[in-house]
Design a protein around this ligand. Structure first.
Ligand code: SAM
Ligand code: SF4
Length: 334
């Protein structure tokens, strides 16, 4: 067994793989997708078995946390087959955590199966508790189906963290309500700045709301106690004294978090992105399909980690209206 862990050129250990299992979604969130999207032809996708092989190769290389995302991971046909199969690495102890980020719309159907497969925690995206605004943000979403999904997940025993993208003019006055609700429900909350990824036919400058400003506002109504709590992710957390729950701030634009990056991202076509904000990628599909054994695949993974870049350089301003990278968040997996 190869225990070799993946160490990048800057000495960072890569132990976290995020996998976008599909670029498709049943919603069209305004910061994520254009309404009229062209998705990848199904024939380009890795099969569920192939996704399992790539994930398992990363586990052999010491990855101990896998997050499935998308697109909407739970709309990929047969997704539970993959999740159940990856669950075997939890049983051996090779994998510490198998989790997913979801829009919550399918959780009524899948919550219990996820628990049975070994999933313990999930992130659910929910930008607002106002039904009308929710529909504005997601275009095709229905708040009630997400709330029902969250309730089913909670009842099934899943720990839930809520993710909300901060959007000027949409939810900037909603955070108090979200904090209160998360406190009642027992959920941590993470606020995310919009990132300039993918063409969305809208002006990102108009959407961008710096979280430094949001935090200042929140501090007027809530007692935010700084913590050094880390999930291995880019969020910085405070504990809200009044609710006892955490609030995280993901600030790719106003604060750069690359120095502690421990992750890489696999797309549903088998490309590995070593950085969310850079275009360099490694093709894992060719070595995967070139032989039945995993030697070529493992070599390709090692080679890719050897060129993980130091960081990203996202900027949102009027002079530079282009997205930092052309691909959508749903391709690389947010
Ligand atoms: N469909 C699932 C969901 O919405 O949770 C998983 C995929 S989605 C791309 C993952 C996360 O990325 C969501 O929390 C979403 O809000 C966030 N996201 C999408 N586009 C973003 C953008 N341009 N900037 C910041 N976060 C974004
Ligand atoms: Fe779909 Fe998630 Fe993107 Fe919204 S953020 S369109 S739910 S992939």
């Amino acid at each position: 067994m190869d225990k070799a862990s993946l160490i990048d050129p800057f000495g960072r250990a890569v132990n976290y793989l995020r996998v976008s299992v599909t670029d498709r979604c049943n919603y069209r969130c305004v910061y994520c997708m254009a309404e009229d999207m062209t998705f990848l032809p199904k024939s380009d996708l890795l099969t569920l078995e192939e996704l399992d092989r790539v994930c398992s190769a990363f586990v052999r290389r010491g990855v101990d946390k896998i997050r499935l995302t998308g697109g909407e991971p739970l709309v990929r046909r047969g997704i539970m087959t993959l999740i159940r199969s990856l669950g075997r690495h939890l049983q051996t102890g090779a994998l510490r955590e198998l989790t997913l980020t979801t829009n919550g719309s399918q959780l009524v159907k899948y919550a219990d199966e996820l628990v049975a497969a070994g999933v313990r925690r999930i992130n659910v995206s929910l930008d607002t508790l106002d039904a009308e605004k929710f529909q504005q943000a997601t275009r095709w979403g229905k708040l009630e189906e997400v709330l029902a999904g969250i309730a089913a997940a909670k009842a099934g025993g899943l720990e839930i963290k809520i993710n909300a993208v901060a959007l000027k003019g949409l939810n900037e006055n909603e955070f108090d309500r979200l904090i209160e609700w998360c406190g009642e429900q027992g959920f941590d909350l993470t606020l995310i700045e919009t990132m300039p990824v993918g063409e969305i036919n809208l002006d990102r400058v108009d959407q961008y709301l710096p979280l430094s400003r949001v935090r200042e506002q929140l501090a007027k109504n809530w007692t935010l106690e700084e913590t050094d709590y880390q999930t291995g992710g880019p969020a910085r957390y405070d504990v809200i004294r009044e609710t006892g729950k955490r609030i995280g701030f993901i600030t790719p634009l106003s604060h750069n978090f690359c120095e502690s990056c421990n992750r890489v991202r696999l797309t549903c076509t088998g490309q590995l992105y070593m950085c969310l904000g850079q275009d360099d990628e490694a093709d894992l599909r060719t070595p995967l399909r070139a032989s039945e054994g995993d030697d070529l695949l493992l070599d390709a993974i090692d080679e890719a980690i050897g060129r993980k870049p130091k960081g990203h350089d996202f900027v949102i301003d009027r002079r530079d209206a282009q997205p930092a990278v052309a691909r959508h968040m749903s391709v690389t997996g947010g």
